[in-house]
Design a protein around this ligand. Structure first.
Ligand SMILES: CC(=O)SCCNC(=O)CCNC(=O)[C@H](O)C(C)(C)COP(=O)(O)OP(=O)(O)OC[C@H]1O[C@@H](n2cnc3c(N)ncnc32)[C@H](O)[C@@H]1OP(=O)(O)O
Ligand SMILES: O=C([O-])CC(=O)C(=O)O
Length: 362
């Protein structure tokens, strides 16, 4: 065990947020309720929820300098996760409280970050297409507002419900690589912006959050249900990894995957593209049979986001929008009971030796 935490737990392949089963939360909770739960360790009352929603809505706008910065680099060649990483770091420069380390100031910064990250992601997505960013609306839920800022159109209930559920499912996951990164960073008593910037960097990799985009790339390459079998068997024979499968902690399966699978079935039919779901289930069949590896959260989320009309390279930034809530909960928990995180390495290099002057080296 690397640390103690009272935020989320994975025990016998069951995931809970502060004691509430993820299945229960996925079916019933709004993302805003989950944010409150992760940050306060209790579900909110109606008043507490309204207050949080108000604070998030009031803080959703981003400095214009962030948008101007998007125009300073070759935006069409930049991955949105790289842009998000830089934008969050930049955001810290415009926060006068960035280095104020009181509990109250850190909570205010948590609100500001959670509120602004969706605005950054959606503004980037539009600016790179030559479109104007869409200002956040105060009357929409967190999920609906994201889709609204992305497209400029108010989403229907099906899209909002699916997106909300995806946000709930991705919000926290114990000591995953990006959360651990955030905790290591702020345990030096560095600021929240540094912690979230570091976490985004860790989430970006394809062995972690980046896997959802990689899954969609694989599905696109495969193209048809008939191609699944030869494609997957070839990959396995070459000892290549199948993205969206396997997990360091779960053994029998990731409890989040079944919710995304159900959504994928429904949405792929609804948009008239059932082949994404059919290909996915066929891949699952083969990988489970050949490698005994079940799908993780990233596998079916790919086809879900695709059906919501989201660009494939925005899948991981959307993961970050949700996981920011968990990162922030862990950062605040780390500050509350801080000790520098400094593991040791088992040394495997040569034994002690004498320095050899450069002219004598052969
Ligand atoms: C939100 C998240 O971060 S969920 C994870 C998202 N990442 C992915 O989906 C990427 C694909 N999956 C993986 O790379 C891994 O399963 C991980 C990184 C998630 C977990 O890795 P670990 O538990 O450390 O397993 P590790 O990578 O050491 O693999 C163990 C064995 O299983 C195999 N294996 C693990 N995952 C896969 C996979 N997805 N496809 C094929 N083989 C796999 C490895 O090749 C290795 O085989 P070997 O012993 O014959 O060399
Ligand atoms: O916990 C992990 O190692 C990865 C994961 O599933 C997550 O971060 O959601």
């Amino acid at each position: 065990m690397a640390t103690t935490s009272s935020i989320s737990s994975i025990i016998d392949d069951t995931l809970t947020y502060v004691g509430y089963d993820i299945d229960d939360l996925a079916e019933n909770a709004s993302f805003e309720e989950v944010v409150y739960l992760l940050w306060h360790r209790e579900l909110p009352t109606k008043e507490q929820l309204e207050e949080l929603k108000k604070q998030l809505a009031e803080n959703a706008e981003i400095p214009n300098e962030i948008i101007e910065h998007f125009k300073l680099y070759p935006i069409d060649k930049v991955h949105p996760m790289a842009a998000l990483r830089t934008a969050v770091s930049l955001l810290g420069l415009y926060d006068e409280e960035a280095d104020v380390m009181t509990k109250e100031a850190n909570y205010r910064k948590a609100i500001r970050l959670q509120a602004k990250i969706p605005t950054i992601v959606t503004a980037f997505a539009r600016v790179r297409k030559g479109l104007e960013p869409v200002a956040p609306r105060k009357d929409l839920s967190f999920a609906a507002n994201f889709l609204y800022m992305l497209t400029g159109k108010e989403p229907d209930d099906i899209a909002t419900e699916a997106f909300n559920k995806a946000l709930v499912l991705h919000a926290d996951h114990e000591l995953n690589a990006s959360t651990f990164t955030a905790r290591v960073c702020v345990a030096t008593l560095s600021d929240i912006y540094s912690g979230i910037t570091a976490a985004i960097g860790a989430l970006k990799g394809p062995l972690h959050g980046g896997a959802n985009e990689a899954v969609m790339k694989m599905l696109t390459e495969i193209g048809t249900v008939d191609n699944v079998e030869p494609y997957i068997r070839r990959k396995l024979a070459n000892k290549e990894k199948i993205m969206g499968f396997g997990h360091r902690v779960y053994r029998k399966g990731d409890p989040r995957a079944k919710h995304l699978k159900k959504m994928s079935e429904k949405l792929t039919k609804l948009v008239g593209e059932p082949h994404w779901y059919e290909m996915s289930t066929k891949i699952e069949e083969i990988v489970t049979l050949e490698k005994a590896l079940p799908p993780n959260v990233d596998f079916y989320s790919a086809s879900v986001y695709h059906c919501l009309g989201i660009d494939h390279d925005l899948f991981t930034p959307i993961f970050a929008v949700s996981r920011t809530s968990g990162w922030l909960a862990h950062i605040l928990e780390q500050y509350d009971n801080n000790r520098l995180i400094r593991p040791r390495a088992e040394y495997t290099g040569p034994g002690k030796r004498a320095y050899v002057p450069i002219d004598e080296r052969g």
